[in-house]
Design a protein around this ligand. Structure first.
Ligand SMILES: [Zn+2]
Length: 241
């Protein structure tokens, strides 16, 4: 049995036994873990807030074998406003899905952890369109996973782009018309430009980007398909929008 302190964000929670909940946490130090939150379903439970998705806090836990039990929680930010807007809510859940599709349990990744916090802040406080934040986040995750996009030349023949541009969903590469295979989707100039701009824009500076809804939808759609192919998993929440 050992005690530990983790900086973590609540991804989800489910009821467990009569009065408890099991929460899934994404922690800076240990990656994704599950922990029991005892007595939290009784009416005046002190730690009720710690079962809410998006809750960012310092969690004190006891680890016994493979099981974690929460002993106390110091709230940093509840990101409460995210729950007020259904769009932001679903988008932020999609972001959590991306994290869970990319990292194994107990696989710590400080960079991804910081990106999640930045993304939640951008949506909650800077009022950036949650879809734009999600798109930026997935592009960042693809980089983390080793699938870098090359915008200046075709990733196959290395020639500069002069006419149409395609995304090869089989490989995740941006290619020219001569290098397409059956599983390639054409990118319109607007989509290509948006993704290229987003690639080099920090999450904190997303407010400098203006984009129409249809271009954003198209870019997100294509990037989600690319991500799903790379990790061989489907994102479900985003399809509910
Ligand atoms: Zn080519």
């Amino acid at each position: 049995m050992n005690e530990l302190k983790l900086k973590a964000i609540v991804l989800s929670s489910i009821d467990y036994s009569e009065k408890d909940k099991i929460i899934k946490l994404f922690s800076l130090e240990e990656g994704i873990i599950s922990a029991v939150l005892k007595g939290v379903r009784s009416q005046n439970a002190k730690l009720k807030f710690a079962s809410q998705p998006f809750c960012f806090a310092d969690f004190n836990l006891i680890k016994k074998g493979d099981y974690y039990t929460v002993t106390s929680v110091n709230l940093e930010d509840s990101f409460f406003d995210l729950t007020k807007d259904i769009n932001n809510y679903y988008m932020s859940f999609s972001l959590f899905e991306v994290v869970q599709a990319s990292l194994m349990e107990n696989e710590a990744n400080p960079l991804v952890f910081i990106n999640v916090l930045k993304a939640l802040k951008a949506t909650c406080y800077d009022k950036i369109d949650a879809k734009l934040v999600l798109l930026k986040f997935i592009l960042g995750m693809l980089k983390v996973l080793g699938y870098r996009l090359n915008f200046n030349t075709c990733q196959v023949c290395k020639m500069p782009f002069i006419s149409k541009i395609f995304l090869n969903l089989e490989t995740g590469a941006i290619v020219c018309p001569s290098c397409t295979t059956p599983n390639c989707k054409q990118m319109t100039n607007a989509v290509y430009n948006l993704i290229k701009t987003l690639y080099s824009t920090e999450m904190e500076r997303l407010n400098t980007i203006t984009v129409t809804g249809s271009v954003l939808n198209e870019a997100l759609n294509l990037t989600v398909q690319n991500f799903e192919q790379r990790v061989e998993k489907k994102l479900k929440t985003i399809k509910q929008l």
